[in-house]
Design a protein around this ligand. Structure first.
Ligand code: ZN
Length: 490
């Protein structure tokens, strides 16, 4: 048996002012065949799992390129076509293959391509034909499009948000693809379109319970896998929206019924899945009232680089400085130019620095302040669910009672070691402001007295009705109150 695996992943915010080109992939994560490290990247776990299992499961793995770019704005046509054709060329050279197992994100949009992965999967199908099994692991923040469903046999999304289960889902994908290639199962996918746009963190109810429920349904009645495609709201493409996907062993009626029932249940949770969002000042006031020894963690999802935002908004930081808060730390804040200036000045130096607030109209104004360079770190990293995430060269600077981690590789805040690795002990701070929607929760919740979510009115609006869509299919909640005509269930 011969299996081909590769990975092409990014999440494109079509409203982001930061264009994505080939260098965005090559500088972030780019592993041509044979060069992938032993540790999986969030999206390359299928290849790492397949590599580890090849001998025991008696197949030959042919490795293709694995690459990822930090979420940002539209991918150039040239970058997408170059990477697609690189992987397709590797696949052609690998023929014949019994299975193609891909690590994708599912919300990649390029100039000329609303659905890059749908196009990629269709191209793979055209090369390998109907008999070869095609499976892919997707981020739940994907566009679960008709083209993806039509051209794959098995699609599995991460169930957890934060995405701590990417390796488990990759194991399932490889197991099912091998079984299908050996004709032990005949996977059939059923889908239900929930007609809704929302955020579904699984670190809180009701989604935690919903995910536990769908897990308990797998393995019974021919149900092989159930995925909630949450949707990625910040893309102006027609097929945005949450969907339920059920993979059965040749039981399409069971799958369709289950997808519909679960999808209707998800729809009844609309408006209840997101945490409440506070104004920056209200959150700072609440955090300062905390009298437990642990810090209060304040998330800034509307400037989350993981969703394509720049990560240089100064809105919350400015209020901390103006209110002369003592014992606060903010990170990561993306400003490679300011980092360079800090390295030039040196550790311990005091200088007047302008930083942040540069990239989006909603990023706030730059901070102009007398700062002390507390710590300089070359090639600093942070961790997430056993993976290492680069922050590039970093400078920790202090303004009064506020420390800021300035980074040069744009990324969201994943783990408390983003502070610790830059000389700021997170446990000793009263307030930790983190640019992230929910991935931070896995690492920060255990050290936090409380977790607050702020809407800083940044580049990623928390209220989906404020996203300036022009092309999405209507009706869809919350833009339309009753997209199903009659509500499925009260
Ligand atoms: Zn995601």
């Amino acid at each position: 048996m011969r299996v081909f695996s590769a990975s092409l992943a990014t999440e494109i915010n079509t409203f982001s002012p930061i264009p994505t080109d080939l260098s965005s992939f090559k500088e972030d994560f780019y592993c041509p065949p044979g060069t992938h490290p032993a540790e999986p990247h969030l999206f390359s776990a299928p290849l790492v799992v397949a590599r580890r299992r090849a001998e025991a499961d008696r197949f030959t793995l042919i490795e293709g390129t694995c690459t990822f770019a930090q979420p940002a704005g539209m991918v150039s046509r040239d970058a997408y076509e170059t990477l697609r054709d690189e992987i397709l060329g590797q696949l052609r050279a690998a023929l014949p293959v019994d299975a193609v197992i891909l690590g994708l994100h599912g919300a990649m949009v390029a100039h000329g391509y609303d659905d890059c992965e749908g196009d990629l999967l269709a191209s793979v199908r055209a090369i390998v034909g109907r008999e070869t099994v095609i499976g892919a692991e997707l981020d739940p923040h994907c566009h679960m499009t008709d083209a993806k469903l039509a051209n794959a046999d098995i699609l599995i999304c991460f169930k957890a948000f934060p995405h701590t289960d990417f390796a488990e889902r990759a194991e399932e994908l490889v197991t099912l693809c091998l079984a299908a290639a050996r004709r032990k199962i005949r996977p059939v996918m059923s889908v239900y379109d929930c007609r809704m746009i929302a955020s579904f963190p699984t670190s809180r109810q009701p989604m935690r319970g919903f995910v536990d429920k769908i897990k308990s349904l797998e393995g019974h009645d021919g149900v092989l896998s159930i995925s909630v495609a949450h949707c990625f709201p910040y893309a102006d493409v027609p097929e945005v929206g949450a969907k339920m996907v059920v993979v059965t062993d040749d039981r399409s009626a069971v799958g369709a019924r289950l997808a519909k029932n679960l999808g209707e249940e998800l729809f009844t949770m609309r408006g209840k899945t997101s945490p409440p969002f506070e104004e920056p000042d209200a959150a700072i006031t609440r955090a300062l009232a905390n009298n437990r020894p642990q810090p209060v963690v304040v998330a800034d999802p509307s400037d989350n680089p993981g969703g394509g935002a720049p990560g240089d908004s100064t809105v919350i930081l400015r209020r901390l400085i103006e209110r002369k808060v003592e014992g606060a730390a903010v990170g990561p804040l993306w400003d490679p130019t300011a980092v360079r200036f800090c390295f030039a000045a040196g550790e311990g130096a005091k200088l007047q620095l302008r930083f942040g607030g540069k990239t989006a109209v909603t990023s706030g104004q730059p901070i102009d302040a007398d700062v002390t360079v507390v710590k300089l770190v070359r090639n600093a990293t942070q961790t997430f669910a056993g993976t290492t995430v680069s922050m590039g060269d970093c400078a920790a600077v202090r303004i009064g009672g506020v420390d800021v981690v300035l980074i040069s590789n744009r990324t969201q805040g994943f783990g408390p070691d983003l502070f610790g690795n830059c000389g700021i002990d997170p446990a000793t701070r009263r307030i930790l402001v983190v640019k992230s929607t929910n991935h931070f929760h896995a690492g920060f919740a255990p050290i936090a007295a409380d977790v607050l979510y702020v809407d800083s009115q940044g580049p990623i609006p928390r209220d989906m009705r404020k996203v300036p869509y022009t092309r999405i299919r209507r009706p869809i909640w919350p833009l339309d109150e009753n997209p199903h005509g009659t509500a499925p269930r009260p």
